[in-house]
Design a protein around this ligand. Structure first.
Ligand SMILES: CC(C)(COP(=O)(O)OP(=O)(O)OC[C@H]1O[C@@H](n2cnc3c(N)ncnc32)[C@H](O)[C@@H]1OP(=O)(O)O)[C@@H](O)C(=O)NCCC(=O)NCCS
Length: 326
């Protein structure tokens, strides 16, 4: 029996930082409102010539180095992104080339914010089925390129970043223990970004085609908490573990109030919850690997620690993964 162990992690963010004070000069908002309502102080914003593939490649190189693995031993690359700089080739293919992982198959995965957890779930399935041994899973976004900086309801929330992990097959018990993915496609009109073919919900056909993320923030908020709480509880119940067994809950970083409500209703005190939204904002599929990277590198997470990642996003899609580090 193969187990999917997470053995290396890396992350990358753009150099440029966009503070709440900067946003005050761009749109009708104020720093205190953003901090109180969303828990965000600043976020990283890519330059015009800085792309999601750049961040994904940097994070991937760091994860491979951290794992101690030779890039040529990687046999699959899964990049979760909805803001790829090209539709084809995939961002995963660019990562394959620039990391030297020349023996790897590569594809992108589009599941919005929970994309990284969908990627871990997919990697686990490949390893369990003996279809791959060493898999790079990345969550990477340059969401600031697709938000409307005249829409204060969305532009204050998002930031750019990438995080990557190496998932490796081992016969030793551990790694990914339980996972769940779910969704409700009927809620797609609450949070969407038109693609290249610019299809928009019928109700908007007469309006100019939006090129940016559109969101009904209040509605999203309600579903976010419910879907993350349900996902966390399901994975714990199915695995037989309780919040007491888990070292850290790693929730999608969308809004501090969503994080706090999810933690409370799932049975986690806030000192067992990883939070970095204050410095990064919502980086979509990158939030969970960014938080994991920080906590592994600063020693809060060590070998054998039980962790629970939980996320939701456009689709709607949601999911949770329970795993031991390393
Ligand atoms: C977007 C969000 C921060 C708004 O916070 P909220 O507390 O729900 O605020 P509301 O939308 O009820 O708006 C309250 C007031 O603040 C105003 N407001 C909205 N954005 C503002 C901003 N950036 N600055 C100042 N005021 C703002 C509204 O216009 C409204 O004013 P009104 O009462 O005069 O009409 C919150 O709904 C949210 O985080 N939703 C989830 C979004 C999300 O997670 N999306 C990503 C999913 S992966």
């Amino acid at each position: 029996m193969n187990y999917a162990h997470l053995i290396g992690v890396g992350a990358a963010v753009p150099k440029n930082v966009l503070t709440n004070a900067d946003l005050e000069k761009m749109v009708d908002t104020d720093s205190e409102w953003i901090e109180t309502r969303a828990g965000i102080k600043e976020r990283h914003k890519s330059d015009d010539d800085e792309w999601v593939s750049d961040l994904a490649i940097e994070a991937s190189k760091k994860a491979i180095e951290h794992s101690g693995m030779d890039p040529e031993d990687i046999d699959l690359i899964i990049c979760a992104t909805v803001t790829g700089d090209t539709t084809m080739p995939s961002i995963a293919s660019m990562i394959q080339y620039y990391t030297g992982a020349k023996n790897a198959g590569a594809f992108d995965l589009g599941a919005a914010c929970p994309g990284f957890l969908y990627g871990l779930n997919t990697a686990n399935a490949y390893i369990k089925a003996d279809l791959a041994k060493n898999i790079l899973v990345i969550g990477a976004e340059t969401t600031t390129k697709v938000v409307d900086y005249t829409d204060r309801g969305t532009c204050i929330l998002f930031g750019d970043g990438a995080g990557a992990v190496v998932v490796s097959a081992s016969e030793e018990d551990g790694g990914i223990i339980q996972s769940y993915t779910g969704g409700d496609g009927s809620l797609g009109n609450l949070l969407y970004l038109p693609g290249m073919r610019q299809r928009v919900p019928v109700s908007l056909e007469k309006d100019p085609i939006p090129l940016y993320v559109k969101m009904a923030g209040n509605e999203v908020y309600k579903y976010a908490v419910k879907s993350m709480v349900d996902s966390a509880k399901k994975v714990l119940k199915d695995s037989g573990y309780t919040p007491d067994d888990v070292k850290y809950l790693i929730p999608h970083q969308a809004n501090i109030r969503i994080i706090e409500a999810t933690a409370k209703r799932s049975g986690f005190p806030m000192d067992k919850v990883l939070v970095n939204i204050d410095r990064y904002g919502n980086t979509s599929s990158a939030t969970i690997p960014l938080a994991l990277n920080e906590a592994v590198k600063d020693g809060r997470i060590g070998k054998g620690d039980l962790l629970l990642g939980v996320s939701f996003g456009s689709g709607f899609s949601w999911g949770a993964v329970l795993f031991r580090w390393n």
